[in-house]
Design a protein around this ligand. Structure first.
Ligand SMILES: [Zn+2]
Length: 340
């Protein structure tokens, strides 16, 4: 049953939430582009429309870079954008965020990576836990970038690294060593996989890179052995349904694999990926799951809670956030228990 969206919206708003798959470049608030050029950016791009589908990843990348790189030219710009991004997330009752910045900005534009990290961290408001990751594309572990990455692994404020970029390109052979070194340096390791490549690539990032969290990972559903591997290792998938619907061939609101992964006992979280490109909010993601993939309110609560369970927090802090979450979720379910 589809409920009046305002009641659903109120329910989702009342849930404390996490956002664990968010590219800071892809999160640039549209109004900051309008501040740069009110005429050029008067209208939001066609990719914000509900039924828009990208031709392929290159089409998406062009749209993302074509907009984001107008803004992200200095650590100060990262800071200024992060202030706005975090404010908007807090307004949606988000309590914990993991965001990444792209190593390509260091590699191709020469922006100071440590400055970017510090700028993002300095934007974190009270009441919002922020973790920052360096996103490295498949070819970004070349001779010139290796020393930069090695140095980044010594930055105290860096929470970890993530594998980014065009999934179908070969991964530099240094990747397994870098991912190992990152963990040895106390960093958390993620990887994008299972969006454009199939379950085999999800297996690769788990077994060869030792990734501790998978970004997307949805094509794991194509191989029950990979689904079992994810479950056995207790890994979490940071899933972004609207991004997948607009980007992945054959994926629609009605058949998005998160339902099947969830039912198979895989821990999934819900995030927005690149709201600059998709025009989505976190609430839109939860609404889609309720309206098109039959997630009940209790199941939406489960998804939101998963974010706090997977969060990079000391156990005492996690418990405090989970206690808050459980109180808020119980109250919200109590108002509309119908399909709980
Ligand atoms: Zn992503």
């Amino acid at each position: 049953m589809i409920e009046p969206s305002s009641a659903l919206h109120t329910f989702i708003q009342a849930l404390p939430k996490t956002e664990t798959h968010l590219h800071i470049e892809g999160a640039l608030p549209w109004r900051l582009l309008q501040e740069l050029d009110g005429i050029k950016y008067a209208a939001t791009p066609p990719s914000w429309e509900g039924h828009f589908k990208f031709r392929d990843f290159a089409h998406f990348d062009e749209t993302l870079l074509g907009h984001a790189l107008q803004w992200y030219v200095s650590p100060e710009r990262y800071h200024a954008a992060a202030v706005e991004v975090f404010k908007e997330l807090q307004a949606q009752n988000v309590r914990y965020v993991e965001t990444s910045f792209a190593s390509g900005v260091i590699e191709f534009l020469g922006v100071d990576g440590k400055g970017i990290l510090d700028g993002i961290l300095a934007a974190a408001p009270a009441g919002l836990e922020v973790r920052v990751f360096l996103g490295i594309h498949h070819g970004g572990m070349n001779e010139r970038m290796l020393p930069v990455i090695e140095e980044a692994l010594t930055w105290d404020g860096l929470a970890g690294i993530d594998l980014h970029g065009t999934e179908t390109l070969p991964v530099d052979e240094a990747a397994p060593r870098i991912w190992r070194e990152a963990r040895a340096a106390g960093k958390f390791t993620k990887a994008h996989a299972g969006e454009f490549c199939g379950a085999d690539f999800v297996r690769y990032v788990i077994e060869e890179l030792g990734a501790q969290r998978i970004e997307h990972g949805v094509r794991a559903i194509e191989d029950p052995a990979v689904v079992a591997l994810i479950r056995e290792r207790g890994l979490t998938l940071d899933v972004c349904p609207i991004s997948n619907v607009k980007l992945m061939p054959g994926v629609t609101r009605e058949n998005h694999p998160i339902r099947d992964l969830f039912d198979a006992g895989v821990r999934c979280t819900v995030s927005t990926d690149d709201p600059l490109v998709f025009g989505n909010t976190l609430a839109d993601e939860y609404e889609l799951l309720h309206e098109h993939r039959d997630f009940t309110r209790a199941e939406l609560v489960r998804l939101a809670r998963n974010g706090f369970e997977a969060a990079l927090l000391c156990e005492e802090h996690r418990q405090a956030l989970l206690d808050d979450f459980d109180r808020a979720a119980a109250a919200a379910l109590n108002v509309h228990p119908a399909d709980a």
